[in-house]
Design a binder for this molecule. Structure first.
Ligand code: HEM
Length: 343
C-alpha cells in the first residue's frame, strides 16, 4: 500500500513537471506551425545549412532604400538627417566621368580648331592704315604686372588642373599607369600650392581693370555688328564688348573657381560631403569653360589682331591701332578726332 502511495505521488510530480514543460514550449511550437510569408526564403530545405528565413521578409532593394531614407537624394536635395547613406557619391561620379571627363575636356580643343579655321579664312586683322610710328600710353606698369601675374598663375593652374582631370583617360593609356600617377601627384601638389595665388591675382586684376569694363549703350552696336570681325570696325571706348565680356567672365568664373577651390583645399570647413561633390563639378566646369575662352582671348591678343600685344608688352599702342579699334577712347585720351586723316 505504502508502495502504491509512493508511486502515485511520483507520478503526480512527473505529471506536474510535464505540464510545466508544455506550458513553456507550447507557444514556440504553435509559432512554428504558422505558415511563413510567401516571399520568405526557406533555407531548411536541406540544400543550405543555417536558420530558416535567414534573409528576412524584406527585399534587398527595400533595405537599401531604407538606408537612403527611401528617397535617393540628389546633389541639391535635402540634408542628410535621418539617412544612413546617400547616392550622391554615385551621381557625382557619373557626372564627373560621363559629362565632364568625356565631353567638357574637348571644349578647349574645339575652340582651338574653330580659331584655326577662322585664321585660315579671315587671316589676322591688320591695322588697315598701317603703323603710324607714333604711340599713345594704354596700360600702366602695374596694370600689366597684374595681367601677366594672372596669366602665369592661370596657365600653371590650367595645365595642372587638366592633368588631374584628364590624366587617367588621356595620359595613362600612352605613358602607363605608374607614370600617370607620378605626374598627377606632382600636378596636384603644384595645383594646391598655386591655387591660393589665383585669388590674389583675381583681386589685383579686378582692381586694375574694372574701370572701363562696365557695359554701356555703345556696346549694343558692337553686338549688332558682331564686333566688326566680319566687316568694318565698330566704335568703342577703352574696352569693347568682347573685352568687357571676357573681363566679367574671368571675374565671375574666377569667384566660382576660388570659392569651390577653398572648399576642396580645406574640406573640414563644411560638414556635408555634398558641398564638396558640388564643388568639384563647379570647379572643373568653370575652369574648363574659362580655359576654352582664354584661347580666343590669346588669339586676339597675339596673331589674330596686329598691334594688340604691344599694349600688354610695352604699355603703349600705335595711334592708328587706337583709332581703328578704340576710336572713342583715342578721342578721350588725345583730345583729337579719330576721323582725322590717319597719321
Ligand atoms: C598668355 C596669354 C595672354 C595674352 C597674350 C594676353 C594678351 C592680352 C592683351 C594684348 C590684352 C590687352 C587688350 C587691349 O589692349 O585691349 C589683354 C587684356 C586682358 N587679359 Fe590677357 N592675355 C593672355 C592671358 C590672359 C589670361 C590667362 C587672363 C585671365 C585668366 C587674361 C585676362 C585679361 C583681361 C581681364 C584683360 C583686360 C581686358 C578687359 O579688361 O576687358 N589674359 N590680354
Amino acid at each position: 500500500m505504502q508502495y502504491l502511495i509512493h508511486m502515485s505521488r511520483k507520478l503526480l510530480w512527473l505529471g506536474a513537471l510535464m505540464l510545466l514543460l508544455l506550458a513553456f514550449t507550447a507557444p514556440q511550437l504553435m509559432a512554428q506551425s504558422v505558415r511563413p510569408p510567401g516571399n520568405a526564403v526557406n533555407l531548411d530545405d536541406g540544400t543550405e545549412p543555417g536558420p530558416s528565413n535567414a534573409l528576412g521578409d524584406v527585399s534587398d532593394t527595400e533595405i537599401w532604400d531604407q538606408f537612403r531614407g527611401g528617397d535617393p537624394a540628389n546633389l541639391l536635395g535635402p540634408a542628410l538627417d535621418g539617412q544612413a547613406m546617400t547616392t550622391t557619391g554615385q551621381q557625382w561620379r557619373m557626372v564627373r566621368e560621363n559629362l565632364i571627363r568625356k565631353y567638357l575636356g574637348w571644349l578647349p580643343l574645339i575652340v582651338i580648331g574653330l580659331l584655326a579655321v577662322f585664321y585660315l579664312i579671315r587671316g589676322p586683322m591688320r591695322i588697315s592704315a598701317g603703323r603710324s610710328g607714333k604711340t599713345i600710353p594704354r596700360f600702366s606698369h602695374n596694370a600689366r604686372l597684374a595681367h601677366w601675374f594672372m596669366a602665369a598663375v592661370f596657365i600653371i593652374l590650367g595645365l595642372t588642373g587638366l592633368i588631374i582631370l584628364l590624366g587617367r583617360p588621356v595620359i595613362a593609356p600612352y605613358l602607363g599607369l605608374q607614370a600617370n600617377s607620378i605626374l598627377t601627384s606632382a600636378a596636384m601638389q603644384g595645383h594646391n600650392l598655386f591655387g591660393p595665388l589665383f585669388i590674389v591675382a583675381l583681386v589685383w586684376l579686378f582692381i586694375k581693370f574694372v574701370r572701363g569694363n562696365f557695359f554701356q549703350l555703345v556696346d549694343l552696336k558692337w553686338i549688332f555688328k558682331l564686333g566688326g570681325f566680319f566687316g568694318s570696325h565698330v566704335s568703342s571706348r577703352q574696352f569693347n564688348f568682347g573685352e568687357k565680356s571676357w573681363f566679367w567672365m574671368v571675374i565671375l568664373g574666377g569667384i566660382v573657381i576660388s570659392a569651390t577651390g577653398i572648399l576642396l583645399l580645406f574640406p573640414w570647413l563644411v560638414d556635408d560631403i555634398r558641398w564638396l561633390q558640388l564643388s568639384t563639378i563647379l570647379h572643373a566646369l568653370a575652369a574648363v569653360v574659362l580655359i576654352a575662352v582664354a584661347f580666343g582671348h590669346v588669339y586676339v591678343g597675339t596673331i589674330g589682331m596686329e598691334g594688340s600685344i604691344d599694349s600688354m608688352l610695352k604699355g603703349e599702342v600705335d595711334e592708328n591701332w587706337a583709332k581703328e579699334h578704340h576710336d572713342l577712347w583715342y578721342e578721350e585720351v588725345t583730345g583729337k578726332s579719330a576721323k582725322e586723316e590717319t597719321s
